[in-house]
Design a binder for this molecule. Sequence first.
Ligand code: ATP
Ligand code: MG
Length: 575
Amino acid sequence: MKTSDTAAETGANAAPEARPSNFIRDIILDDLTTNKYAGRVQTRFPPEPNGYLHIGHAKAICLDFGLADEFGGHTNLRFDDTNPEKEETEYVDSIMEDVKWLGFHWDGLFYASDYFDQLYEWALKLIRDGKAYVDDLSAEEIRKYRGTLTEPGKDSPHRDRSVEENLDLFQRMKAGEFPDGSRVLRAKIDMASPNLNMRDPVMYRILHAEHHRTGNKWCIYPMYDYAHGQSDSLEKVTHSMCTLEFEDHRPLYNWFIQQLGIFPSQQIEFDRLNLTHTLLSKRKLLQLVREGRVRGWDDPRMPTLSGIRRRGYPPEAIRNFCASIGVSKTTGSIELAMLEHFVREDLNKRALRVMAVLRPLKVVIDNYPENQVEQMDAVNNPEDAAAGSRKVPFSRVLYIEQDDFREVPPPKYFRLSPGKEVRLRYGYFITAKSVVKNDKGEVIEVHCTYDPATRGGNAPDGRKVKSTIHWVSAKHAVDAEVRVYENLFTKENLADLDEGKDPLDYLNPNSLEVVAHAKLEPSLANATPGSRFQFERLGYFCADSDFQPGVPVFNRTVALKDTWAKVEKKQGGKA
Ligand code: ATP
Ligand code: MG
């Protein structure tokens, strides 16, 4: 795996041959050289609208759109809506929003249901050609007749029906004469094929269900395997990328295309993205939503694109991550820490720095004038001079983090403790003198003195302090709710579970911590939902969509500590 292959570094303007490649890109380059498709590159992204997109889909989207973009090609967004019972318009809308948010634009917008008439005509043709038949076996019987990997299947007793009888039955299936599950249309291929997908697969089933687009027009619906290849063909897709589990379906797609004599799309399979501590399955994510284990599809703990957007992940970071993980033919697992690394890398460049205290401890500067307020200059982003500076009010009573004070400091603790001097960021040097405790013996107030000569953070006599801490002026502080997230799952590899275990058995009970009364510097009072900040020394935070005037709500996007960078360093930059 390479980490140097980010979009910025690959250089959008470099000659195609000069860019770091992958096997799919190599196939396209080859096809362009041999003029296989008259120089065309047409791809598609084919989600089933049965849930919200997740970070795994981002990998597919970046490939489908990214490769077409690179070669001046086109990408369609096609909803594979062949399953009326599980699909909804809400999902269609969210998918479009997510693709746009990632930064991509589709050329054609299609639905597999646009092709229902054509697919039906093609089914009639296959019946007439003796390549398809109506079967009366039940689903259970079909499964039994199918055989196993080591044993061939058995022909259905209905396999040799006449063309006339098949045409009649199939048309009556369409006309609604038969109940759900009573008959199917099957391709007549080979019940002894070593590939189980070729053992007379089902093409149509009867389903008296309303479809989100075609309403009640149909009571037979094509199977995904019968619809997918032909949909690609109808759109003249040249490079149809999908995940490895469809490799064994490719011979079937090609079979339909050959029998029908239509445009031969080329399917190329790549490895699915798996992330540690993360569940990437719409079906399972739907369960989390339905059972109320999370606050919805866009809960910031969810790996959905709407969830990570709300959490504050920038689309650029996701694109860079996807470019970096590359594609291959072997399934592995990527560290969640690596995704977080790309989020930090991106936010470090553009997030404005601010001061916020999550667990406040009151500090009183006894020798600071009672009613004085000074406006201190604070740099907005040391990585970006153009971001400028702002004023932060300083006064006699401040909040600091509870963690930044110890009455009895452990060894190597350089932050505030009795008798120790520290720097207040953009403020003064202060020295702790005494504490006030509550009934339980907990420190609730630290009394300090400050050195007026150290304004801005430096001592004229050159004396040094070992620590700089952040603070917020108590009387100017904005009260806020801050939601701090941990991994949604405690188990690293959710694909490898013990017998009888379900991923939901490993939900992290501490994945959400609500800090009800964090103290923020006043500039954050009117942050726009979706805007991202670095709370100095704490991490990156994003104003949540629940944010309202007077009731600020922030999500912690990611903490500052970069475990991935450490791993990378250990591995000599070749993580
Ligand atoms: P899920 O199991 O989450 O429902 P899916 O494969 O059924 O995923 P689709 O809506 O059919 O979801 O996927 C649309 C496209 O996204 C397909 O081409 C699929 O191969 C790809 N895709 C889905 N999950 C991943 C993943 N984890 N990594 C890479 N590509 C993925
Ligand atoms: Mg699917």
